[in-house]
Design a protein around this ligand. Structure first.
Ligand code: PLP
Length: 261
């Protein structure tokens, strides 16, 4: 698929029927990609990413069937969770976290997909202990070797994950990555394969360290490739909600390549 023309491909969903149609299309693509890989569609969960979408429009997506939503930034997510507190929703934080925001994550999120430092693990653990609760976490891996991307180097992951056993409040359930932003599907695919390889390396060391062994990989432009390579969670924003005006560089440092232009 061509990732170089994101905006034109994603008209804004403005009604419940729009959301139903977009969700049905994404689910059909998920099923087709899973079938190509000899996998069952139920092995892949769809995590709609509602960043930049106002709470009132998220309500329409919820009416169309979304119950579990993902956001990149904690402040925005917290405000939206509060505005939609009358609905029975679960929230995932999928973006880089500053230690001083750990308290906010613990206040409303059910899952954190971007763990990449001991300092953040410690901050979360302290707040989780105080709140007497646990949190599902995925470890973010930099599979594209782009220095500006967040996440651990693949070689660092086994030791890092082993160290997380010190924090019983953190329920480690797998790994997360963002592929390189490129229209070259082979390069994108290589990133996803690398994440799967890292999971196997960790499992070889200790099969219990990664919980469910999730691979959160794939976004609007590349989720079908990700599913072919073993994704268990695709994080899809624009293909459900419509194109975002905010450039991706707002969410990860100096995103480069055609997808951010
Ligand atoms: C925004 C975002 C996504 C979804 O990107 P789309 O292009 O809207 O599908 C996925 N993962 C992360 C970490 C994001 O910030």
């Amino acid at each position: 698929m061509d990732q170089s023309t994101p905006s034109a491909d994603y008209p804004e969903a403005a009604t419940i029927a729009d959301f139903e149609a977009n969700l049905a299309a994404v689910h059909a693509n998920i099923a087709a990609a899973a079938a190509r890989a000899g996998r069952r569609a139920e092995e892949v969960r769809l995590l709609p990413i509602s960043k930049t979408v106002p709470a009132e429009r998220v309500r329409l997506a919820v009416a169309a069937g979304c119950r579990h939503l993902g956001e990149n930034k904690v402040q925005e997510a917290k405000a939206k969770a509060a505005a939609l507190a009358d609905l029975d929703l679960s929230w995932s934080v999928v973006g880089h976290l500053q230690t001083n925001k750990a308290k906010d994550v613990v206040a409303f999120a059910d899952e954190f997909q971007a763990l990449d430092s001991v300092r953040v693990a410690q901050a979360l653990d302290r707040r989780l202990q105080a709140a007497d609760r646990t949190l599902d976490v995925l470890v973010q891996v930099n599979t594209s070797a782009e220095p500006q991307k967040y996440g651990l180097d693949p070689d660092e992951v086994p030791e890092f994950v082993r160290g997380l056993a010190e924090y019983p409040t953190l329920r480690v359930q797998g790994l997360m990555t963002l592929a390189v932003f490129s229209a070259d599907t082979d390069l994108v695919r290589r990133c996803f394969r690398r994440l799967r390889d890292v999971r196997e390396r960790v499992r070889d060391m200790d099969a219990d360290l990664l919980g469910a062994g999730e691979l959160s990989m794939g976004m609007s432009g590349d989720y079908e490739v990700a599913i072919e390579e073993g994704s268990t969670c695709v994080r899809v924003g624009q293909a459900i909600f419509g194109a975002r005006a905010t450039p991706d560089s707002h969410y990860w440092p100096s995103a480069v390549g055609p997808a951010s232009s």
